[in-house]
Design a protein around this ligand. Structure first.
Ligand SMILES: CC(=O)SCCNC(=O)CCNC(=O)[C@H](O)C(C)(C)COP(=O)(O)OP(=O)(O)OC[C@H]1O[C@@H](n2cnc3c(N)ncnc32)[C@H](O)[C@@H]1OP(=O)(O)O
Ligand SMILES: CC(C)C(=O)C(=O)O
Length: 562
């Protein structure tokens, strides 16, 4: 790999930087550029119908600033802006914006697209970075600054001509801010600000794009803090970020730059946008949420957001995408499953003790940074089983789906059964498949023993006496036994069978557990019995409305398994 062809990005000389000791305490102003930067990078740009669906989604989620296109680029973009305005689709608290190059004809067309809108922002950009000055514009610094100044004048002139009834805001982007000499970016932005003349009630948005992400996130933060300090009208200036994700660190860069004083963030849902995309607005918003800060955006049905974006962009969201991917609240591996199961049980215990639902408790669960319920997910998919899974995961599925709370050693035993299957067959075992195996292993075996009916169970002095009908190898037999309790009496009866002696069963009960499967008088009960049968030790499980019958079935389950 010819790494010598590349150069390290120079650091910013800012020894008195303050951002590292700042914390983020509130959401920034958000701008969604899904319909502009997001759209311009799609294989198949959005149709008018898909654009409208995206716009409606953004409004519903709570975005108040939405860049709706580049109207001078195409008839599709222009008519979409007209459709929004003429169709009265823009809520009173939402400001749309349009992007234009700093070229007179394009500016005029962009301004015309906005006729009739009550309020809007016009966003002008030109590249100011050395490489672009040299190869794209073939222009000097002064000429480049002049493009920005003339562009701003042209915006103001056209606004005056076409938009006398509109409250117009202005945004300027020195493109590739990250690759530009900081003093030159500041010089161009100051010149643009001189033209726009911000004052109370007339802000200027200076948008500082990491058009291409080129450095570690701390460098972007340094650039933002440095820039912010130079502004002569900081109080009337909104410092905006527009990070791209070329190094995969756009979210980190944005967060550090917010700490460095930025007020506003531009990005796209799920990080759509040029090349590796714009910074992901979902991740940023949910990162705030997970720190206890109101993101001002509604992510409570994240799957609906994802489905809509997938429909509009015709691109899939990665299953591991933070907060929204299919797999991000799912654990396959044993130790994770075990910890999650214990964590969720602990939350339920706390909720029970405090008499409140889990949703009202502070969230704390191993491996789950947020409660999946908070974004409209369920716990069902939290634990999924494959060959990497352990007892905790298998036990979680049985408990979650079938209310069966297996004792610890029974969990270990059953998870070995599942492990054999996953090792042999590979892939995932669904909850249904696990249940099928569980039934076949513990509940459905009918030979050699099957309980037919329990006749009597009566206390005789200190002992219980039990009379039961049992199918033994298909033939009904009436058995009697005595013992300390019905299970002991039943074991006594079973051990008295000739077949038990012939086959060396010699059943002994080692452990026992039971619980109700649901509340109420007609509830089912589950019984778990650990038995020594001859020289084997295994568990049996019985489920029945009657707890005594459930226990006897559990003994039979263990004997049949043996
Ligand atoms: C970083 C970003 O994402 S910026 C947004 C990018 N988005 C888009 O480009 C999508 C919409 N764009 C378009 O549809 C077209 O580019 C149009 C309609 C705007 C212009 O098309 P054309 O007139 O054919 O020009 P073209 O696309 O080739 O642009 C290059 C020309 O514009 C100049 N230019 C590029 N950006 C700017 C700018 N911001 N301000 C002024 N001039 C610019 C270039 O120097 C070049 O000029 P030259 O032909 O004299 O060398
Ligand atoms: C127009 C600007 C803000 C842009 O999209 C970029 O620099 O990435």
């Amino acid at each position: 790999m010819p790494f010598e062809r590349y150069r390290a990005f120079p650091p910013v000389d800012l020894p008195d930087r303050t951002w590292p000791s700042q914390t983020i305490t509130q959401a920034p102003r958000w701008l969604s550029t899904d319909l502009r930067d997001g759209n311009q990078a799609l294989i198949d740009p959005m149709s008018p119908a898909r654009k409208m669906k995206m716009f409606d989604l953004l409004v519903k989620m709570g975005y108040k600033e939405i860049e709706v296109g580049f109207p001078a680029a195409s008839e599709t973009d222009y008519s979409f802006v007209r459709q929004l305005i003429e169709g009265d689709r823009i809520p009173d608290d939402v400001t749309i914006s349009v992007l234009t190059q700093a070229r007179e004809d394009l500016i005029e067309r962009s301004v015309q697209s906005l006729v009739g809108v009550p309020r809007a922002n016009i966003h002008l950009y030109n590249a100011v970075a050395p490489l672009f000055r040299r190869v794209v514009f073939r222009a000097s610094k002064d000429e480049i600054k002049d493009i920005a100044v003339r562009g701003t004048n042209a915006v103001m002139k056209n606004v005056e001509s076409y938009l006398d009834a509109t409250v117009i805001g202005y945004e300027y982007s020195p493109e590739i801010f990250t690759a530009t000499e900081l003093p030159f970016s500041a010089e161009v932005c100051e010149a643009v600000t001189d033209v726009w003349q911000p004052e109370d009630g007339r802000e200027i948005i200076l948008n500082l794009p990491a058009t291409v992400e080129m450095s570690t996130p701390n460098v972007y933060a340094d650039q933002i803090e440095w820039f912010s300090r130079q502004l002569t009208r900081r109080e009337h200036t909104v410092i905006s970020l527009h990070p791209h994700n070329d190094r995969g660190t756009a979210v980190a860069a944005t967060e550090l730059a917010m700490m460095a004083g930025a007020d506003r963030v531009e990005g796209c849902l799920f990080g759509h946008g040029e090349r590796t995309g714009n910074v992901c607005l979902v991740t940023l918003g949910m990162n705030l949420f997970s720190q206890g800060i109101d993101p001002q955006i509604d992510f409570s049905d994240i799957d609906e957001v994802r489905r809509t974006v997938e429909y509009c962009t015709q691109l899939p969201v990665h299953p591991r995408h933070p907060y929204a991917g299919d797999l991000v609240y799912t654990a396959f591996s044993g130790s994770h499953q075990d910890a999650i199961k214990k964590g969720l049980e602990d939350l339920e215990r706390q909720a029970g003790e405090q008499g409140v639902p889990v949703s009202q408790l502070p969230w704390e669960a191993p491996y789950l940074p947020i409660d999946p319920h908070d974004v409209g997910r369920t716990y069902e998919a939290v634990i999924r089983v494959n060959s990497q899974s352990g007892k905790g995961g298998v036990a979680y599925v049985l408990k979650n789906e079938h209310k069966l709370d297996l004792p610890r050693r029974a969990q270990i035993e059953f998870s070995r059964v599942i492990q054999e299957r996953t090792d042999a067959e590979g892939g995932e075992m669904t909850a249904e498949a696990i249940w099928e195996v569980f039934r076949a292993e513990y509940l459905d075996r009918e030979a050699p023993l099957q309980l037919d009916s329990v006749h009597t169970s009566s206390a005789a002095g200190e002992k219980d006496r039990l009379t039961v009908n049992v199918h033994v190898d298909g033939e009904v037999r009436t058995l009697e036994g005595t013992g300390n309790g019905p299970i002991a009496a039943f074991v006594d009866a079973v051990n008295g069978l000739e077949v038990a002696q012939e086959r060396g069963w010699d059943v002994r009960v080692l452990d026992y557990a039971e619980h109700a499967l649901s509340a109420g008088g007609d509830a089912y009960a589950a019984a778990y019995v650990e038995c020594a049968v001859g020289d084997q030790v295994l568990w049996g499980v019985g489920v029945d409305p009657n707890i005594v019958t459930a226990s006897l079935k559990a003994v039979i389950s263990a004997v049949n398994r043996a």
